[in-house]
Ligand binder design. Structure first.
Ligand code: AMP
Ligand code: GLY
Length: 428
């Protein structure tokens, strides 16, 4: 009998995971909790929120789920993996102690310092006056400074401040007004790094790991990296700045040491690790780790993985990644996010989406914030859809994705026109 898999989450990232797992000949049935209308075409959506651990656990137990894959960070931090493991259920993701690599910046910075993993210089403060004095040391020298709330903040916990006033405002909001709640009990103040950002995705079984692929996100809402930060407006794989030599250096100085460090600290890391890097003039340095797949990077990564992905997740859960080979497709893949008017601020909802059935077979549309009524799709979130195309190279993938997404429309739809352009500029 075929296997049953449960995906937890409801975004474009989880739709991409469902899409990839649906190609596995070993899988009979996929469930998504809570899922979305895009996933519903490939999976049975179960009306359980991603953070309702008890219901998820009892569902997985009663249906006989063979493997659960967790998309978002919140259930990981809350210990969903610990709970499933305690019941003898297989689940792909880190325990809550291991997910601190994302959930506590203080933990992670101190770990990197202890194990000599390259990252920005930093200090940790609980006291706002001491934090202010530290900031002044940077701003008096005319240097930018980065302020990070310790805990999970849904992308709102990091401020790159270019003046003392900006830095003070961020500190007051985090530490006095407690805009992020207890996530702001402690702050990390760190030097600003300069360079190009790259994300590397690796899968670890707690001891061994395999690198999947690198990608570049586009965080700002407008072209040329202008405007406020978003969850990510698009991504492409294999950015040219991330050369094979650089990759070897990153594995040697960052990935292997951090996985060894986590094991040595008694919290071996199992699952996918998102390594956020700044490629500086002094070499690659860690900006952050995330304990999960990236969104929208995953939408560009899944189509690049050749063959069945289930054995990779199973080998990670079973501690059998030594000698595991991941084979990638040739060429490139680009993902462009279509967003609602107003996003990343308050946005409109309920707009009819047209053109989805005109998309060519070589392009995939992953749903993020959609809803369905009488067979028609409507907008329901800030990031609505992710349109993804492969190509023989990045140039071709870019041309294809933009020509296809022109067929889709909804009132107020906006997207970036320059996803992947950095790759082309670098090659010239
Ligand atoms: P984090 O959640 O720590 O990755 O921070 C989110 C974003 O803030 C990163 O993707 C970078 O764009 C930026 N950032 C974080 N730390 C630094 C730093 N030390 N220097 C420059 N930019 C940073
Ligand atoms: N794309 C950024 C993230 O998933 O955190």
């Amino acid at each position: 009998m075929g296997k049953k898999v449960l995906i937890i989450g409801q975004g474009g990232r989880e739709h991409a995971l469902v899409w990839k797992l649906a190609q596995s000949p070993q899988i009979d049935k996929i469930y998504a909790a809570p899922g979305n209308p895009g996933m519903a075409q490939l999976a049975e959506c179960i009306d359980i929120p991603a953070d309702d651990m008890e219901k998820l656990l009892s569902f997985a137990g009663s249906v006989g789920i063979d493997l659960t894959v967790v998309g978002p960070e919140v259930p990981l931090m809350a210990g969903i993996v610990d709970s499933f493991q305690a019941e003898g259920l297989k689940i792909f993701g880190p325990t809550s102690a291991a997910a601190r690599l994302e959930g506590s910046k203080v933990f992670t910075k101190e770990l990197m310092k202890k194990y000599h993993i390259p990252t920005a210089r930093f200090d940790v403060y609980r006291d706002i006056e001491k934090a202010r004095s530290c900031i002044r040391i940077y701003t008096d020298q005319g240097k930018a400074v980065v302020i990070k709330a310790d805990g999970l903040a849904a992308g709102k916990g990091v401020v790159v401040a270019r003046s003392e006033q900006e830095a003070d405002q961020a500190l007051e909001s985090i530490m006095l007004e407690r805009s992020l709640g207890e996530a702001g009990d402690q702050v990390v103040i760190e030097e600003c790094l300069y360079g190009e950002e790259v994300s590397l995705f690796v899968v670890s079984d707690g001891r061994d790991f395999v690198s999947l692929i690198s990608a570049q996100d586009h965080k700002q809402v407008f072209d040329n990296d202008q405007g406020p930060n978003t969850g990510g407006m698009g991504a492409y794989v294999n950015p040219p700045i991330y050369t094979p030599e650089l990759h070897q250096e990153v594995e040697k100085t960052i990935v292997r040491p951090v996985l060894r460090a986590m094991a040595a600290e008694g919290c071996p890391y199992q699952g996918v690790l998102y390594v956020g890097l700044m490629i500086t003039a002094d070499g690659p340095k860690v900006l952050e780790f995330n304990a999960r797949f990236g969104d929208p990077e995953t939408q560009a990564i899944m189509p690049m993985i050749k063959g069945d992905i289930l054995p990779l997740f199973e080998a990670a859960v079973a501690g059998q990644l030594a000698n595991y080979q991941v084979v990638l497709e040739k060429g490139s893949c680009v993902c462009v996010v279509l967003a609602s008017a107003g996003y990343p601020g308050p946005y409109e909802k309920g707009k009819l989406i047209t053109g989805l059935d005109e998309i060519g077979a070589e392009t995939i549309v992953f749903h993020a914030g959609t809803t369905v009524r009488d067979g028609q799709f409507f907008t329901r979130g800030g990031r609505v859809l992710a349109v993804v195309s492969r190509g023989a190279n990045t140039d071709e993938a870019i041309k294809r994705v933009y020509s296809e997404l022109g067929k889709i429309s909804f009132e107020g739809m906006h997207y970036r026109n320059d996803i992947g352009r950095k790759a082309l500029q670098r090659r010239i």
